[in-house]
Design a protein around this ligand. Structure first.
Ligand SMILES: C[S@@+](CC[C@H](N)C(=O)[O-])C[C@H]1O[C@@H](n2cnc3c(N)ncnc32)[C@H](O)[C@@H]1O
Length: 266
């Protein structure tokens, strides 16, 4: 079975080309949008947290800005070097170049976050188990995953395209991104007047991004070797199979799943 190594390589290359977290893409406005409706800014203050799959460190910096006392940041790819450079308060961060299943079993973390990562891991179960071990009793595992619901038309177009694009070298893929960019801009404009699929995401997230970051988002959809789009039931099962309780799900902007579960107290 495909083990995810190529996907990690793909991201190593991606993040060494798209290195910065500027603008809305790395903003607290986007962070609050991501953690809504389960968390508020004050919930993270003074907490010890981890993020699995930190990429270029935008979520790590958001967690620091939200007041985290300490952040453990895991990034297994060659993006690790970019992550270390981008961190705003290095004294409060432990960076580990390991996969999520190797998150140390601290047993005292208040939160483990994983934003946009588990859907790129073919067998996420060992990662969920590691998050469970790292949390304190009563601590929370917070996930954001691609959703299948709300994306059916998009996926009907994307899936056949990805068969080709995930194999393309960077310079061809970036040319394809340039070609796709202007239809996307037009689509965002049409969303203002028509009830088109993904309208919520287009207007609340993508429209606020700079052209450069919109191109990164397109690249990010086409590049990784492995990407799974979760149904609500699959997303919930991830946490329940991992012994988490009180799993709650939110269909963020009608296209993705925000999921939170709690490690039992006893
Ligand atoms: C789409 S990026 C998300 C980065 C960051 N969380 C963010 O939102 O900006 C997915 C990241 O997960 C990492 N990743 C892939 N497989 C992983 C694994 N098995 N364990 C931990 N991280 C992994 C990739 O290297 C990549 O940096």
């Amino acid at each position: 079975m495909y083990n995810g190594d190529q996907t990690i390589k793909d991201f190593g290359e991606q993040w060494r080309r798209y290195r910065d977290n500027n603008g809305f893409y790395g903003s607290m406005e986007l962070f609050y949008d991501m953690i809504h409706p389960f968390l508020k800014s004050g919930d993270i203050k003074n907490c010890k947290v981890a993020e699995i799959g930190s990429g270029t460190g935008r979520i790590v910096n958001m967690l620091l800005e939200a007041g985290a006392r300490h952040v453990v940041a895991l990034e297994p790819s060659d993006a690790f070097e970019v992550l270390c450079r981008n961190i705003l308060e290095p004294g409060k961060v432990t960076c580990l170049k390991v996969t999520g299943d190797q998150l140390p079993a601290y047993g005292d973390l208040d939160y483990v976050f994983s934003i946009g990562v588990l859907h790129h891991i073919p067998d996420p179960r060992p990662v969920v188990d590691a998050a469970f071990r790292a949390l304190r009793p009563g601590g929370h595992f917070f996930l954001w995953l691609y959703g299948r619901e709300g994306n059916r038309l998009y996926l009907a177009l994307l899936k056949p395209l990805r068969v080709l694009t995930k194999r393309l070298p960077h310079f061809i893929l970036t040319s394809l991104v340039e070609v796709t960019y202007w239809p996307l801009v037009l689509y965002i404009k049409l969303c203002h007047i028509l009830p088109l699929p993904l309208k919520g995401y287009m207007l609340s997230v993508l429209e606020k991004m700079s052209p450069e970051k919109r191109k990164l988002i397109i690249y990010d959809q086409l590049n990784p070797s492995y990407a799974k789009y979760y149904t609500r039931q699959e997303a919930e099962k991830l946490l329940l199979d991992g012994k988490f309780e009180n799993a709650r799900l939110h269909h963020r902007h009608g296209y993705s799943w925000t999921v939170i579960g709690t490690k039992p107290s006893v």
